[in-house]
Design a protein around this ligand. Structure first.
Ligand code: CDP
Length: 215
């Protein structure tokens, strides 16, 4: 068992990982790492330089040069960046370059926090296989698309009819089928299907599970 309580939350796009992770971290006083932001930052670095996300050398160089302390660019949140992120995330060398930072975050949570919540795709399987608690968050694809559309609308981003669902299915497929660290449920993860649930219900269920894990 790690010295700090580590919570791994994995799941597909728009399954509510970020909302749940942030909420748990705030409630417990834990540090939170949105690992997707790291991949998004690599994707965005390439887009800004006019390079292709599939350009392996450029992607690996960007991942190795990444400063994880300054991830506040609003462009990180765009759908275009999310798509680029899932392309660079399929490259093993990119994943390797980002691994140490994530493991260190879990091993010594910043700010003297008593624990850490990390969310992503491979936290429970690859980054922190010894996490004290693992949640695999899921929801039906239509509902996830509706949640993402709502999020985009609230941000004032343009929405093209049907495009969000299509992009989400494409990204799910890429994340699930890649050879390295694919999106897959860890065998010892608690599966939380939030279809038809609101954020409050998901939070209560997650908390009950964490209590059962000795939190
Ligand atoms: O917020 P959303 O679910 O759309 O995506 P994200 O968590 O920000 O992740 C963006 C992309 O980064 C994903 O589609 C994955 O391809 C990749 N990612 C990953 O491969 N491993 C992680 N631990 C986190 C994200």
């Amino acid at each position: 068992m790690p010295p700090f309580f580590v919570i791994a939350i994995d799941g597909p796009t728009a399954s509510g990982k970020g909302t749940l992770a942030r909420r748990l971290a705030r409630h417990l006083g834990f540090a939170h790492l949105d690992s997707g932001l790291l991949y998004r930052a690599v994707g965005l670095a390439l887009l800004k330089r006019g390079q292709e996300p599939a350009d392996k050398m450029a992607a690996v160089a960007a991942a190795q040069a990444l400063d994880p302390s300054g991830l506040s660019d609003p462009a990180l949140r765009s759908e275009e960046t999310g798509k680029a992120a899932s392309v660079v995330a399929a490259l093993p060398e990119v994943r390797a370059a980002l691994l140490d930072f994530q493991r260190r975050f879990a091993a010594t949570p910043p700010g003297g926090a008593p624990g850490a919540v990390l969310d992503g795709r491979d936290i429970g399987t690859v980054v922190c296989p010894d996490a004290n608690a693992k949640i695999f968050l899921d929801a039906g694809v239509e509902e996830r698309a509706a949640r993402r559309e709502k999020e985009l609308r609230e941000r004032g981003a343009p929405i093209i009819e049907g495009a969000v669902l299509r992009d989400l299915q494409e990204r799910d497929a890429r994340d699930r089928n890649r050879a390295v660290a694919p999106l897959v449920r860890a065998g010892d993860a608690y599966v939380l299907d939030t279809t038809g649930m609101d954020a409050e219900q998901a939070f209560s269920k997650a908390l009950a599970y964490l209590r059962s894990r000795g939190l």
